[in-house]
Design a protein around this ligand. Structure first.
Ligand code: FES
Length: 177
């Protein structure tokens, strides 16, 4: 290859690959520029896809699949003495839920459909557990995790807020996939 042609070729290689596709001079260059342009596009698309799904990945990592901050009134705190519970529906009328005022004075709320076969779960005051009477499933009152019986998954947690003596549902966390 003459020196002039070599020079011409190097100059030619420095141009943008996509531009080179229109005036390439041989099959080798054609393959090279096509491959390079394809790789650039593929890498760019991968990065763009990764960035666009990042918020969902972070949410999934935190286990925070739902969080509508709309407050839904449940009950006045004075109407829910320690060691008692009240049923309500959240986030929709089709989702039964249970709010418990524990003997220690904490407020806990979960969707009350058992994660085994959907029977309603009750607050068992004496032993402070959540009980599903259908197949003797038990859940921990403090976190909604199954502790005995057939249920394998925890109950969805309902976040609470108390404002001016009224207890509100403020969001829901489904903690399993
Ligand atoms: S439905 Fe609750 S233990 Fe079976």
């Amino acid at each position: 290859m003459s020196e002039q042609m070599k020079c011409k070729k190097e100059k030619h290689l420095k141009k943008d690959d996509m531009l080179n596709l229109k005036d390439n001079i041989n099959r080798f260059d054609d393959l090279k520029f096509n491959r390079r342009a394809f790789l650039k596009t593929a890498v760019g698309a991968s990065v763009a896809l990764g960035l666009s799904t990042l918020p969902f990945s972070v949410k999934a990592f935190l286990g925070d699949f739902e969080d509508d901050r709309e407050l839904v009134e449940i009950v006045k705190l004075e109407d829910l003495p320690k060691g008692s519970s009240v049923t309500f529906n959240y986030p929709s009328e089709k989702d039964p839920a249970l709010l418990i005022h524990t003997k220690a004075g904490e407020l806990k709320a979960y969707n009350s459909a058992c994660t085994h076969l959907m029977c309603p779960v009750f607050y068992e005051e004496e032993s402070e557990v959540l009980l599903c009477p259908c197949h003797q499933g038990f859940f921990d009152l403090n976190n909604g995790h199954p502790i005995a019986g057939p249920p394998q998954r925890e109950l969805p947690l309902i976040e609470l807020e108390v404002q001016n003596g009224v207890v509100y549902a403020a969001g829901r966390k489904i903690r399993h996939g």
